[in-house]
Design a protein around this ligand. Structure first.
Ligand SMILES: [Zn+2]
Length: 91
């Protein structure tokens, strides 16, 4: 999935199109991380927006994964620590 996104960004870079707003990027105004694989954007706000959405989606995925794999701990162990004296029966 990450690979297809990267080729998408490369394609848009070659076509001078902003991956965030889809507008044409005027020559010499492209902004981004400087890495072609991370895309070029028409404005800094587009760059920020694009990656903040990415981050939000990533965080959502991570939290969904955590929910799936979380093994619920036994509750009620806290505060239940009390000394018990057991008297053996039958003596
Ligand atoms: Zn843009």
């Amino acid at each position: 999935m990450a690979e297809s996104q990267q080729s998408y960004l490369l394609e848009l870079w070659d076509n001078n199109i902003c991956p965030n707003c889809g507008q044409r990027i005027p020559e010499g105004t492209r902004v981004g991380s400087g890495k072609k694989s991370e895309g070029g954007f028409c404005r800094l706000s587009c760059y920020g927006e694009y990656y903040s959405i990415e981050i939000v989606e990533r965080a959502r995925k991570v939290s969904a994964q955590r929910r799936d794999t979380a093994n619920p701990e036994e509750s009620g162990s806290e505060g239940a620590v009390k000394r018990e004296f057991t008297i053996p029966a039958g003596y």
